[in-house]
Design a protein around this ligand. Structure first.
Ligand code: IVH
Length: 688
């Protein structure tokens, strides 16, 4: 809390510097949340000490009063007031209706695009000038960017004179391209799409061109324009203005599935807010909230404007997905296949509603490329289900106490050499490095399900030289196992029986047990269903592997190479008498006189879940209570469906048990059919 005049003036100066950086080149030293908090504290102090307010204070000003421009706007480019909860939204709408003296019958609800506000001036249908928001009264001329912004055509469909207002931003793809270009040019990358867009919009003398994207949120005729066309545009409801903008050939959020809608009740607004919030993590561009506006021109006119923002609109801010925190340490973990992966240990921060203490750093090249150091302030991103990641260091917050990140010279697990020939470093011993974990994984409940094989037991067998990989388990004799310490006759027999039972596991589980990189449980099931036998998988080349849904040209060669590496292990399994086939699978019919009319592999017609994409969430009960998530997925697939872990428009059915959370909410907003465990068990009873 700010209590003294000195603290107050320091805070004002800090907010001003941050706002100047944010609105010009996007390199603010504090994140959005911290900035909002700072301004709120300044405001609280000013309310208590109105006589002490500094002229430089950011409160009540567009862009915090920190930016100026030299091109006057025809109509001021204002900011928006914020609310942060459903309750605050209702309070705002109620007080607006009281002020208007009548209910608002139509509200526009649209995404708040996290880019840079721009005014695009068209004369007789031609794009003539681009101006940034600046201080809201005058902005900077950035017309040099004309021709580099997708969604902002050089010519409109009609020869109209109008100003389009909207946001300029970078989509995920454009950001990736921009980073690659900058990397090739000077070895650096951009911190995030917003600052990349800000820098790109203002850059005039870069030797490379990066593409930007425009989304419109308004259209204004010139205030002096007395033509009929101008008059009629001024009278249109906001939703129809947006349809007109789109018809002129400019892009609006309507091209996405979070585009503007008209709501007539507060419940409908709230529903749309939730829908947009749920979709946020998957959108290819950043949004930081939802904007709610009076749709009718008459309501807007009656509500009018404050000095900083219109009274007829509000921004419902969503929780931050990006924050600045400290990089405390870097841990090096060796994965099952020997991949050495760095992980950032962070000072905990709340991001998108959950506390984040670790984030992925991908690989060594990534660390060097970003120039990260221990003790750095770093930008961390997390939204929805994505794995939190470190975006970039905030270089101008360095104190001089930062230290280089120690890069391992030998494998951190076994001390052997590192194969650094690929971007992802790997222990030269590959999967042998993590042999205990690999064997433990293969024997796990969702793979071969061999009970009684704890890590300590595996270690004992490795030490005794009885096994070197999981295939050796199938050659163990009773005497060998009995000879181990703490191994009685009963536990020996139980273990050997469990190993014997594992031989009957379907191909999907055998394939999963191999631990091929990038092929988890569901991918293994898809591969197994596609090929039917381990022999067929081994005979496949990259092209044939690519035919499996979800395997792209990038992944397929890696799968083939790893299978070749695993050949001795698979041979051993064959020698142990394991068949490794998928039950119920019939080979595709071969042409010719003797061709049998077998069902196509994967032919599911006639099964209860045929053609359906099914997601499971919450805890199962009744007949399904004992099933792991993997067993539920196997059940779905036996019944002809496709299992998936996330709800989307394509989901046909959500099986929701107790304590179902965000997936249920998402299914509700998308109108996906939801059933409980009992009803679902009834649907697939023949397959349980
Ligand atoms: S309407 C009179 N609609 O957010 C001001 N603004 O934080 C009307 N923004 O200055 C603005 N998406 O630059 C509006 N759908 C949207 C928006 C949007 C992003 C920006 C805009 C505004 C800022 C306020």
């Amino acid at each position: 809390m700010i209590t003294t005049q000195e603290q107050y003036s320091t805070a004002v100066a800090e907010a001003r510097t941050a706002a100047a950086a944010y609105y010009t080149d996007g390199t603010s030293a504090i994140d959005d949340d911290a900035y909002d908090r700072l301004v709120r504290e300044i405001q609280a102090y000013e309310e208590a000490h109105p006589e002490a307010v500094l002229a430089t204070s950011p409160t009540g000003k567009v862009a915090g009063g920190a930016v100026v421009g030299d091109v006057p706007h025809t109509v001021p480019m204002l900011s928006l007031d914020n609310v942060f909860s459903a309750g605050q939204l209702v309070a705002w709408a109620t007080s607006l209706e009281r002020r208007l003296g009548r209910p608002v019958e139509a509200w526009s609800v649209e995404p708040k695009l996290d880019g840079l506000a721009i005014s695009a001036r068209y004369r007789h249908g031609r794009l003539t000038q681009l101006v940034t928001r600046g201080d809201g009264v005058a902005g900077e001329d950035v017309s040099h960017a004309i021709g580099t912004i997708a969604g902002l055509p050089a010519r409109l469909a009609e020869p109209v004179t109008v100003e389009l207002r909207g946001e300029v931003m970078m989509t995920a793809k454009q950001f990736e391209d921009a980073c690659a270009k900058r990397q090739a040019h000077d070895g650096t990358t951009f911190a995030n799409p917003r600052s990349a867009a800000a820098g790109t919009l203002r850059a005039q003398d870069r030797p490379y061109v990066c593409e930007l994207t425009f989304f419109g949120y308004g259209a204004l005729p010139h205030p002096d324009d007395t033509s009929e066309q101008a008059a009629s545009l001024r009278e249109l409801p906001h939703s129809e203005v947006m349809a007109w903008v789109a018809a002129q050939g400019a892009q609006t959020p309507a091209v996405t599935d979070v585009g503007g809608i008209v709501a007539t009740t507060l419940e409908e607004i709230q529903e749309r807010v939730e829908h947009i919030a749920v979709r946020r993590a998957e959108l290819p561009f950043g949004i930081d909230g939802i904007v709610i506006k009076c749709d009718l021109a008459a309501d807007q006119a009656l509500a009018g404007f404050g000095t900083r923002a219109p009274r007829w609109a509000i921004a419902y801010k969503l929780p931050a997905t990006e924050k600045i925190t400290k990089l405390l340490d870097v841990e090096w973990n060796v994965g099952r296949s020997g991949i050495i992966a760095p992980r950032a240990v962070l000072e905990p921060v709340v991001l998108d509603g959950s506390t984040v203490s670790y984030a992925t750093l991908h690989n060594v090249a990534d660390i060097t490329r970003r120039g990260l150091m221990l003790g750095d302030s770093v930008v961390v991103y997390k939204a929805g289900d994505v794995i939190p990641r470190v975006e970039a260091p905030v270089v101008h917050l360095r104190t001089g106490d930062e230290r280089p990140i120690p890069i391992p010279q030998v494998c951190p697990l076994c001390g052997d050499e590192i194969d650094a020939s690929q971007e992802r470093w790997r222990c030269v011993r590959g999967r042998a490095c993590r042999v205990i974990a690999s064997i433990g994984y293969a024997a796990g409940r969702d793979q071969l399900d061999i009970e009684g094989l704890a890590e300590s037991r595996i270690q004992q067998m490795l030490d005794a030289g009885l096994i070197a990989d999981f295939a050796d388990l199938f050659f163990l004799t009773r005497e060998q196992v009995l000879g181990l310490e703490r191994m009685g006759a009963t536990s020996t027999d139980n273990l050997l029986a469990a190993i014997e039972r594992a031989k009957a596991q379907p191909l999907s589980r055998w394939f999963c047990a191999l631990g091929v990189r990038g092929t988890g449980r569901s991918m293994s099931r898809r591969i197994a269903r596609h090929f039917g036998s381990m022999d067929a998988i081994r005979a496949a080349d990259a092209e044939a592997i690519e035919a499996v849904e979800g395997i792209g040209p990038k992944k397929a060669p890696g799968v083939v190479a790893e299978l070749a590496e695993l050949a001795p292990l698979i041979d051993k399994l064959v020698a142990a008498g394991v068949t490794m086939t998928e039950p119920g699978w019939t080979p595709p019919a071969t042409p010719g006189p003797d061709a049998t009319a077998g069902a196509e592999p994967g032919d599911t017609s006639g099964l209860p879940l045929a053609g359906m994409s099914v997601v499971v969430t919450g805890s199962m009960s009744g007949a399904l209570e004992a099933l792991t998530r993997n067993q539920m997925n196997e059940l779905i697939e036996r019944a002809g469906g496709k299992s998936s872990s996330s709800v989307s428009k394509k989901t046909s059915l959500l099986v929701a048990g107790e304590n179902a959370g965000s997936k249920r909410a998402k299914a509700e907003t998308l109108g996906v059919r939801i059933v409980g465990p009992k009803e679902f068990a009834g649907l697939v009873s023949k397959f349980i």
